[in-house]
Write a protein of this length. Structure first.
Length: 251
């Protein structure tokens, strides 16, 4: 067997029905799949059964790698033993990312997927419920923030279902939820990703202030006179932020 390591945020999925629901959520046209953090192989065993799939898994914990290779010999040559946050893209062509993500790095995993967005048309992941809700949140909500805007600029987000603590070993102290990212129907036009990140971070880092006060260094005095700057960050939709990137000062 194997040991569970708190330092790696390991809470392994054990509920077969939840595993099957995640697998059923995968796109029918998926050809290449990367599983992040297979752990004890709860999802892996189902992913390996999918026909005509080029499958890889990334697992940092060498003990789990040994367990997986012993349990599923067909994984030989398909496991990348390193930190997902530091790995190179595992496929040349588009691939789907799936996993019961370690909660201690789940936000960083999302940012990594955003870096790879041109290659990742679909992600299905298990997150701490609060993080999942932040990602799918819309404007006007107190939990709407940096993560919400940056993800929704590039992906359609679906909140698929919630998962009880009892479905894991050991049970986490938080509730969980599965979300799905797929490409948005109509691309959001932005000046640049760098400007969007700069604007969104400045706006939400002082979210209690009006936009005018929070982002004043990024715009000219003339632009700041516009009515939209009377609002607070959480009142702006993704499209509002996108349009504002075109009015920002040049660096």
């Amino acid at each position: 067997m194997y040991t569970l390591k708190k330092s790696l945020g390991q809470h392994f999925l054990k509920d077969e029905n939840i595993c099957k629901k995640i697998i059923a959520s995968l796109p029918e046209n998926a050809v290449q799949i990367l599983e992040v953090g297979p752990g004890g192989g709860a999802l892996t065993k189902y992913l390996l059964q999918l026909p005509k799939i080029d499958f890889k898994a990334v697992e940092l914990d060498e003990e789990k790698v040994g367990f997986l290779l012993n349990s599923y010999p067909q994984l030989n040559g398909k496991i990348v033993t390193r930190d997902f946050l530091e790995m190179e893209k595992p496929f040349e062509n588009e691939f789907t990312v799936v996993g019961n993500f370690p909660y201690n790095i789940s936000t960083q995993i999302i940012f990594k997927i955003l870096d790879w967005k041109e290659s990742v048309p679909c992600m299905i992941g298990m997150f701490q419920k609060e993080v999942a809700q932040r990602i799918v949140s819309k404007e006007g909500n107190k939990i709407y923030g940096i993560l919400s805007v940056l993800v929704q600029t590039f992906y359609k987000v679906e909140y698929l279902f919630e998962v009880s603590e009892k479905c894991f070993n050991p049970p986490p102290k938080v509730k969980s939820a599965v979300i799905k990212l797929t490409p948005i129907a109509e691309k959001v036009n932005i000046k640049s990703e760098a400007k969007l990140k700069q604007l969104v971070k400045a706006a939400f880092n002082q979210r209690r202030k009006t936009l005018r006060n929070a982002v004043r260094d990024l715009f000219t005095v003339e632009v700041l006179k516009k009515e939209i700057f009377n609002k607070r960050a959480e009142q702006l939709c993704v499209q509002d932020f996108a349009l504002l990137t075109f009015e920002m000062k040049e660096a």
